[in-house]
Ligand binder design. Structure first.
Ligand SMILES: *[C@@H]1O[C@H](CO)[C@@H](O)[C@H](O)[C@H]1NC(C)=O
Length: 333
């Protein structure tokens, strides 16, 4: 039975069912913004934000970050591209850095590349996530062109330009001329290792073509353990990016001499990019970044300033709230 027509009155059919919501009768609260409440609210925000800003800024200042750009000093001035493309040339190169302060372990080692658009649409899509994850999807290389199949038709694993262009410079770090270990374990996200890269998928036909794009992979290690690849394949959103290379698990003292022996393999020269090595400690806010501290300080400071300004205005020109004599038509009389 139709419940609407049941009472027989057709006019009643259009009447919506009564509810407080449709009748706009829900309880509501309209705060009265008295000077006291406004000043208190601004002061409260200021009092909360300024200390957070100061704490973040001081944490960021505690972080010791050393950046050593090496792409210019590691190649001869003339014909950089030819030098880097020639497999016979000696790519070994050393740079020295000086620790200005005590650096507490773990010290993160990053490579920083500039001018590399990992976010380019056709680059970003040149991969097969199914192939990286499922053994049965090894032939799904459609999106990977031109790095899809080897000359004999067998699929390239991992296929696509992202994997193909993997970074291949290597670093050996010496502190006061003693080599120290750079731990390359656990540099990739756990979720990537467990859910995006298969434990039973091994590289094959990779980097075997006419043109070598970057690093080679050990074919006896499954993709889920190839952490350098996993880090590289989490593509960067901006053309200047840092990626984790490893961690040093030893403190470095102030004024220690850090020498890094670099194998300068990766070709950033043909597209005018640059490369740098970054050593950085961390604090509770992560690496060195003043932005969040400055943002909190700005907002907090602005709120405190407004609270003060309102207070001064309120004290100099007090008037009672809701006084009808202030209404223009009353004032004109
Ligand atoms: C490193 O990558 C470059 C391309 O950027 C390539 O030409 C070179 O052969 C690679 N070298 C090694 C040792 O993998």
């Amino acid at each position: 039975m139709d419940p609407v027509k049941s009472d027989g009155d057709s006019k009643k059919c259009n009447k919506p069912k009564y509810s407080k919501f449709t009748q706009q009768e829900l309880p509501a609260c309209k705060p009265l913004l008295t000077p006291g409440i406004v000043i208190a609210a601004f002061s409260l925000i200021g009092v909360i934000f300024v200390p957070i800003g100061l704490a973040s800024l001081s944490a960021s200042r505690e972080v010791v970050e050393l950046v050593g750009r090496y792409d210019v000093s590691c190649v001869p001035d003339d014909d950089k591209v030819q030098f880097i493309q020639n497999s016979q040339s000696d790519k070994k190169c050393t740079i020295t850095l000086n620790a200005p302060k005590y650096m507490k372990s773990p010290i993160h080692v990053y490579y920083q590349v500039s001018g590399f658009y990992q976010n380019h649409r056709r680059y970003v899509k040149s991969r097969s996530d199914k192939q990286l994850r499922y053994k049965s999807a090894v032939h799904l290389t459609k999106d990977c062109e031109p790095e899809d199949n080897a000359a004999n038709g067998a699929p390239i694993v991992p296929c696509g330009l992202v994997a193909w262009s993997m970074f291949n410079d290597t670093y050996v770090v010496l502190v006061n001329s003693n080599a120290i270990e750079v731990n390359k374990k656990d540099i990739a996200w756990k979720s990537d290792k467990n859910h995006k890269f298969g434990k039973d998928i091994y590289p094959s036909n990779f980097q075997k073509g006419r043109l070598i794009g970057g690093a080679k992979l050990n074919e006896s290690i499954p993709l889920s353990e190839q952490e350098d690849l996993i880090v590289w394949m989490r593509t960067a959103a901006l053309p200047t990016f840092r990626k984790l290379y490893g961690r040093i698990e030893k403190d470095i003292m102030a004024n220690d001499n850090i020498t890094v022996v670099i194998q300068n393999n990766y070709n950033t020269y043909s597209f005018g990019g640059s490369k740098a090595l970054v050593l950085s400690t961390t604090s509770w806010i992560g690496g060195k970044n003043n932005f969040i501290g400055i943002a909190y300080l700005t907002i907090g400071g602005l709120c405190l300033f407004l609270a003060m300004a309102f207070m001064v205005i309120y004290m100099l020109k007090t008037r009672t709230l809701g006084d009808p004599s202030y209404l223009s038509w009353n004032r004109d009389k």
